[in-house]
Design a protein around this ligand. Structure first.
Ligand code: UFG
Length: 338
């Protein structure tokens, strides 16, 4: 069965590719490499133990995308391509709307033209906006989002939902990711943020490798157990396996369904620092800084629906996430640039 994976050279996409291959699917990757390296494809093939088709295609480019659909008989699509930096989306909102919404619309049009009916979409917990209650459950009201990046995820969910309503043969699964971290246990693929990392785990990893001096903890006066921000961290391999489960589910279904992909556990910034120190026998120096603008104090997933309906739940601990992050970071201090 042929699965088209948009953004398949990215951090999450590359891990999905490996898990799909392991589950016996054939993979066709499209990626414009705007935030990814071509070396990733070799690493995916090495881990998958088979050939992967990969095309340098921007999903907004209808002609180029159609060419891929013409070449391959595609059975389902997993749509991960998109810009994802929260801060950048505040600075360049139109670039985010054009790219993230344009790619979703172009992909859906092309799917319709080629009679492809199944789509799994990379959404985000950010669609829930400021928590009305915790944990977040899938039936909660969504939005308003706290930044344009989040709005593009929420709007893409709406676009896919409308497209599916107009085509009853369609099956769409919206996956709301919590905080994906970690790397493949082989240390061959992982996250490679460009410049100084915005996110907590890659920042910790770069402190550990000596590239950055100390971690800045954004606020210790939140109403949480130790005053630092609380999130639901999920190992990227567990997240990738969630896509395989969602894909199998979509083969049996029509209509739209939505699932949280999280652990169901909230961990604070200091929990993560301590887990990293414990897992790797290292010391992570940190200092307390003021709160980061736009950050929510705490949120985590209700992960029951995915377990009940997809038969999927996380299997990896915070220590696993920290160990695998460090294994990737120390073996690839410059990311994919060898
Ligand atoms: N944090 C620090 N120091 C850092 C980086 C982060 O203390 O250097 C803290 C944050 O304040 C927050 C926690 O670590 O409490 C996690 O922050 P991340 O930046 O790692 O992740 P966010 O929860 O802010 O962002 C994630 C995804 C986004 C998504 C967002 C909302 O990375 O894509 O959740 O769902 F939009």
């Amino acid at each position: 069965m042929n699965v088209l994976l948009t953004g398949g050279a990215g951090y999450i996409g590359s891990h999905i590719a490996v898990e799909l291959a392991e589950a016996g699917f054939d993979i066709i990757i499209v990626d414009n490499y705007s935030n990814a390296s071509k070396e990733v494809i070799h690493r995916i093939e090495e881990l998958a133990g088979k050939r992967v088709f990969a095309y340098e295609v921007d999903v907004c480019d209808k002609a180029a995308l159609s060419e891929v659909f013409r070449k391959h008989d595609i059975d389902a699509v997993i749509h991960c391509a998109g810009f994802k930096a929260v801060g950048e989306s505040v600075q360049k909102p139109l670039m985010y709307y054009r790219n993230n919404l344009g790619s979703t619309v172009t992909l859906l049009e092309t799917m319709e033209e080629f009679g492809v009916n199944r789509i799994i979409f990379s959404s985000s917990a950010t669609v829930y906006g400021v928590p009305k209650a915790l944990p977040y459950t899938e039936d909660m009201e969504t939005g308003p989002c706290t930044n344009p990046y989040g709005s593009t995820k929420l709007m893409s969910e709406q676009i896919i939902t409308d497209a599916a309503a107009a085509r009853p043969e369609m099956s769409a699964v919206l996956l709301r990711y919590f905080n994906p971290v970690g790397a493949h246990p082989s240390g061959r693929i992982g996250e490679m943020p460009s410049g100084v990392p915005n996110n907590l785990m890659p920042y910790i990893a770069q402190v550990a490798v000596g590239r950055l001096e100390s971690l800045g903890v954004f606020g210790d006066d939140y109403p949480t157990k130790d005053g630092t921000g609380v999130r639901d961290y999920i190992h990227v391999v567990d997240l990738a396996k969630g896509h395989v489960a969602a894909l199998k589910y979509s083969l049996e279904q029509s209509g739209v369904d939505v699932f949280n992909l999280g652990s169901g556990q909230g961990s604070s910034v200091l929990d993560l620092v301590r887990a990293f120190e414990r897992a790797n026998g290292l010391k992570i120096p940190y200092r307390i800084l003021p709160r980061r603008e736009g950050d929510l104090p705490a949120y985590w997933a209700d992960a029951d629906k995915a377990e009940r309906v997809l038969g999927w739940k996380v299997e990896r601990t915070l220590e696993d996430m920290c160990r695998d992050t460090w294994n990737w970071q120390k073996n690839n201090p410059n990311g994919y640039d060898e």
